[in-house]
Design a protein around this ligand. Structure first.
Ligand code: URA
Length: 211
């Protein structure tokens, strides 16, 4: 199963109550061979209306940073694919119900690096909860389904809009993601992934937690 099939599955999904209040489901979008996948929390109002991730104000901030920093092949998705009413934080039960979609997307794309945008995405990917201040800027290992990933945590762009003083750190984190994805060798390892990636280092080759 790969991205078009996952998108179909997301469109048909009614594993949590959000399918009843959504206008459109919002599967991920982007390059199927992306080096980097950005994972947000859940669609907001504009995403719900358009059926596309990160097309509102926060999305414009994220997409312009991605373009300015020169990411070429990237994928953008959310931990939860349907808008929670009033843009509330998704319940953990909703994140769990949606997780198989996220896992399948990442297994299709096989990114070298996943950027978790905010606490909900970080929790969905890492499997534990912690304040964003403790996680941001860190490169952390994660196992999601059959995929072993490297996850870089940063602020959600909506938090940067609310508090512009976070922007420098946010950009620094994205720059680090760029360095890791394009200038270093293997970080993510997937079952069945090519040998070059599999054999070239893995755990410990990246500085943990450094800025
Ligand atoms: N915030 C998110 O987390 N995701 C979107 O797609 C839009 C806003």
């Amino acid at each position: 199963m790969c991205l078009p099939e996952v998108a179909e599955e997301v469109k048909r999904c009614c594993k949590c109550p959000l399918c009843k209040s959504r206008t459109n489901p919002v599967p991920g979008e982007g390059d199927p061979e992306a080096e980097v996948a950005f994972v947000g929390e859940a669609p907001g109002k504009e995403e719900d209306l358009e059926g596309r991730p990160f097309v509102g104000r926060a999305g414009r901030l994220l997409r312009s940073a991605i373009e300015e920093l020169g990411f070429e092949r990237y994928y953008i998705t959310n931990a939860v694919k349907c808008r929670p009413p009033g843009n509330r934080t998704p319940f953990q039960s909703e994140v769990e119900a949606c997780k198989p979609h996220l896992v399948r997307e990442l297994l299709c794309v096989k990114p070298r690096l996943v950027v978790a945008l905010g606490r909900t995405a970080a929790r969905a990917l890492l499997g534990f909860d912690a304040p964003i201040k403790e996680l941001r800027g860190k490169m952390l290992p994660a196992k999601l389904g059959r995929a072993e990933l490297k996850v870089l945590v940063t602020y959600h762009p909506a938090a940067v809009l609310r508090n512009p003083r976070l922007k420098d750190e946010f950009l620094r984190d994205l720059r680090k993601a760029y360095e890791v994805a394009y200038k270093q060798t293997s970080l993510a390892r997937f079952v069945g992934k090519d040998e070059a990636r599999k054999g070239s280092g893995g755990e410990g080759e990246e500085e943990e937690g450094a800025d």
